[in-house]
Design a protein around this ligand. Structure first.
Ligand code: NAP
Length: 281
């Protein structure tokens, strides 16, 4: 029996549908993903890479023809600093970071047709090394949204070991999630995952397939695909789940959506998990 066969529904989603880079197809793909069975959606108020308003329209289309409503879904979006944006910023760049967060957040609520967000993520740190005043001001603004019940959880993305450790140590409201690009060549972000685990932060892994194109050609993965007669993404997402991650997939294909949602049906052995975790020596 796999860990998924519990009698109670899990507190957090087991897989998240990602909406980056879909532009005009965003609305249709979000509706499609929800119809296929995804119950968690990741986006960002960063028009350069995401069409958050299109996500909201996809949600509305879905609600109209489904008994499933807002409360059954897990919506995650992000605050992105100006340097990660193009000219279409969802806030006045001259405002304080506190106000930038509030303006971006209000705009996200409008885009997503909701009055609360399940998970609000700081898209990336202000600089590559350490946390600076701008990050602390931003985090405090996110804590305020949390205090008001407008966001259920707060978290970060693209944080290093040092940055996540500092945030866990010195913040008042601790991060619930870290969302990182997961490179197999770094033990699937082993060090960040270890700090996250120590601090009860849940790791969300993105680019599990696309950041590891060479590793996906490994003969051990080919062996697992053959042994379980399952598509490679199911094997990788199952592995991610078994080592404690929530995987993200942004597939644009209905058949792949259905496949990716079946990732809990694979029953990799503990030894196979160990070998996958150490696939790059
Ligand atoms: N926080 C950040 O900075 C950040 C950065 C990047 C991404 N993200 C989030 O993570 C999400 C996922 O992005 P990603 O980088 O992991 O990659 P992605 O955009 O989801 O790409 C996944 C690739 O795998 C393919 N794929 C998925 N399932 C498959 C299947 N069953 N069979 C065959 N091919 C399959 C997809 O092709 P098909 O479309 O043909 O299925 C696609 O080429 C994004 O949408 C975004 O929400 C966050």
């Amino acid at each position: 029996m796999t860990r998924s066969h519990t009698t109670r529904p899990p507190l957090f989603p087991q897989i998240i549908y990602g909406t980056a880079w879909k532009e005009e197809a965003t609305t249709t793909l979000v509706t499609q993903a929800l119809k296929c069975g995804f119950r968690a959606v990741d986006t960002a108020n960063q028009r350069k890479h995401y069409f958050e308003e299109g996500v909201g329209l996809g949600l509305l289309d879905f609600y109209e023809n489904s008994p499933i409503g807002r409360k059954d879904l897990f919506l995650q979006t992000k605050f992105t600093y100006a340097r990660g944006q193009d000219h279409r910023k969802p806030y006045d760049e001259r405002a304080s970071y506190t106000d930038q967060v509030y303006q971006s957040f209000d705009s996200s609520l409008k885009h997503l047709k909701t009055d609360y967000i399940d998970s609000y993520i700081l898209h990336g740190p202000f600089t590559n090394s350490g946390l600076v005043d701008e990050d602390w001001e931003t985090w405090v603004a996110m804590e305020t949204l949390y205090d008001k019940g407008l966001v259920k959880h707060i978290g970060v993305s693209n944080f290093s070991v040092t940055q996540l450790s500092a945030l866990c140590k010195f913040s008042r409201v601790k991060p619930q999630f870290i969302q990182n690009r997961c490179f197999a060549c770094y033990g699937w972000d082993r060090e960040v995952r270890a700090i996250a685990k120590q601090n009860s932060v849940i790791y969300q892994g993105f680019s599990l397939l696309t950041a590891n194109v060479e590793e996906m050609k490994n003969s051990f993965i080919a062996y697992l695909v053959e042994k379980y007669a399952r598509p490679l993404p199911e094997i990788i997402f199952n592995f991610a789940h078994r080592v404690g991650m929530i995987p993200l997939t942004g597939t644009t294909n209905k058949k792949h959506m259905e496949e990716d949602l079946r990732f809990l049906q694979v029953e990799l052995t503990d030894d196979e998990i160990f070998q996958l975790e150490n696939i790059v020596k």
